[in-house]
Design a protein around this ligand. Structure first.
Ligand code: 16G
Ligand code: ZN
Length: 548
């Protein structure tokens, strides 16, 4: 039986004037912040119900990531720290679009019955709340709290201004009985980073650039956090720019740098050759770049695909050290099923490179929930979107095996190459966020691997050469008219469009092109790739004309 006290709050909803139809897309609900108050309130209710249902702590994050400062958004983190289960998305859509308090109440009551959500004997529901630096965050936080506490006994715990991955990490930690504070997060990251630094092979010479890293904080929460956190990191010198003094996401941030392929505000010719990185507005995306000498603000972009490749190379190397000579003994405690997950946006050259390394590569549709789910199928699954969102997942079963292998190695051959490889893998599992892609932990892993390899950013960028590509967006009346299949590589609707796209692709050597409806904007996106920039541009625009 529910005791809801929502009616008073819902009056505002009818005053909205108009209500846009909202859908819980890849990034939760996102819109102009002024339209979101009652939506966030409703998501608060959902989060409390989810906590009741699972008997675990749930997360609610208020952010619009790389979008403009006037936007905001809300998404829910499940007990594992991952995205809200897809089974609940239709309910999220339904309550967000409920036209009046009465139908909202009815939806909730019916859903609770269906899901068999009751109060008896359960822990009081608890939701951890986080928000980015947007000014609209605070009032929206209040709306979320109201939503949560309208479920009797439910608690909303405010974690303050945090990065999206910090909040997901905290939810995961809490549900594992661990301390879930910012300081425990920083402590875990810095100690596993130090452990990896201590395990660097001796005698590696630095190749080119020094330890200095310059980071574009997108004028958001990530830059602020990193500025504070960097003091805890030894062996790495970080300069943070765009820490919040300028306008959030305006000409800065990972999304801008990756899509426009230019240096962010505050970076210029004087930075040529430096190793630079860019976070997005809520610090769940990371790309690297270096400014090209004498080319105003042009950059060499080192995107998510290349971060993935670097990680894959390192993990594979540790696994082969660990496996060396073990295959005959049939000792599967040493074996690990390693796989990588990408989307259709992955540069074709990266996919070729990973396959040449002998890795299993799986494609999924765009959106973290799909990549994450697929990566969790492996003992070690590495996923990345080209835009810089990704992480490395270690399965519980594999971590258990690895821990016992490590213990044995410590007692039989401490200091051996194998023992160190096992230590490194364990440290990576501690460093890299197991809940969601995390620019701060991702950056530390990149830095430690570059030092391990003795590589400069240029050497890293040489792993393979990106095929020239072009992304366009086409404003359409109804983006849902485009329906895709095979991880968005084929458009099955409108009927006939794929044949027309194929005919365009056939005109270009190594041409590849796909269209998909955006999950976050009212547009259809076009991606094209070919052997020259001109060809990629031409392919993209001819396909965009087909969509129009
Ligand atoms: C969201 C997704 C991101 C995806 C992007 C695509 C999450 C947490 N974020 O930001 O993974 O790349 O949407 O946007 O899933 P689009 O559908 O507008 O192209
Ligand atoms: Zn983001």
């Amino acid at each position: 039986v529910f005791v809801l006290s929502i009616l008073c709050y819902l009056g505002m909803n009818e005053d909205d004037g108009y209500r846009v139809k909202l859908s819980y897309g890849t990034a939760g609900f996102r819109a102009d912040a002024s339209l979101l108050e009652s939506t966030v309130f409703r998501v608060g209710i959902l989060a409390a119900l989810r906590s009741l249902k699972t008997g675990s702590v749930i997360g609610l994050m208020i952010t619009a990531s790389h979008n403009q400062i006037s936007d905001n958004g809300v998404k829910v983190a499940d007990p594992s720290g991952g995205m809200l289960t897809q089974d609940w998305e239709p309910f999220a859509d339904a309550i967000a679009n409920a036209p009046d308090p009465r139908s909202l109440l009815q939806l909730i009551t019916e859903f609770a019955k269906e899901e068999d959500i009751g109060f008896e004997g359960r822990q009081p529901p608890e939701v951890l709340l986080g928000r980015d630096t947007r000014p609209s965050g605070e009032p929206l936080l209040d709306a979320a709290k109201q939503g949560i506490t309208s479920i009797v006994g439910a608690i909303g715990t405010d974690m303050g201004v945090v990065t999206t991955p910090q909040l997901h990490w905290m939810v995961r930690a809490r549900n594992r009985g661990l301390e879930a504070s910012e300081s425990s997060y920083f402590h875990q990251l810095s100690s596993s980073f130090r452990c990896l630094m201590d395990l660097k092979p001796e005698g590696i010479r630095k190749n080119g650039d020094d330890n200095a890293l310059v980071v574009d904080g997108a004028d958001g929460v990530g830059g602020e956090k990193l500025e504070h956190f960097k003091k805890m990191l030894t062996g790495l010198c970080i300069e943070v720019r765009n820490r919040g003094e300028g306008m959030l996401n305006e000409g800065v941030g990972a999304d801008y740098v990756q899509k426009e392929k230019v240096a962010p505000r505050g970076f210029g010719p004087a930075d040529a050759g430096l190793r630079c990185a860019s976070l997005d507005g809520d610090a769940d995306r990371l790309v690297y770049f270096s400014v090209i000498l004498n080319e105003s603000n042009k950059i060499e972009l080192v995107d998510g695909d290349k971060i993935l490749s670097l990680y894959a190379l390192f993990i594979k190397e540790q696994l082969s050290i660990l496996n060396d000579g073990e295959s005959n003994k049939n000792n599967d405690s040493y074996q690990a099923h390693l796989g990588v997950v990408q989307t259709a946006y992955a540069n074709g050259a990266s996919t070729d490179y990973l396959k040449e390394m002998g890795l299993e590569v799986v494609l999924t549709p765009t959106g973290v929930k799909y990549l994450h789910e697929q990566a969790a199928e492996f003992d070690i699954g590495i996923y990345f979107e080209a835009n810089g969102h990704g992480t490395i997942l270690f399965s519980e079963a594999y971590l258990c095996r690895l821990e016992s292998t490590h213990k044995t190695l410590l007692s039989t051959s401490e200091g051996s190459a194998k023992q160190k490889a096992a230590s490194r893998l364990l440290a990576v599992s501690q460093l890299i966020n197991q809940a969601v892609g995390d620019a701060l932990s991702g950056l530390l892993l990149v830095e430690v691997i570059l030092q391990y390899m003795g590589w400069s950013i240029c050497r890293w960028n040489e792993l393979y050469h990106d095929l020239p590509s072009r992304q366009l967006k086409v404003k359409v009346g109804d983006r849902t008219a485009v329906v895709t299949a095979n991880a968005e590589t084929v458009a099955v609707q409108p009927v006939g469009i794929q044949e027309a796209i194929n005919a365009e692709i056939a005109k270009y050597p190594r041409g590849r092109c796909f269209i998909r409806p955006s999950g976050t904007e009212d547009v259809v996106r076009v991606y094209a790739e070919a052997t020259t920039q001109d060809a990629a541009d031409a392919l993209a625009s001819s396909v965009a004309r087909l969509v129009d």
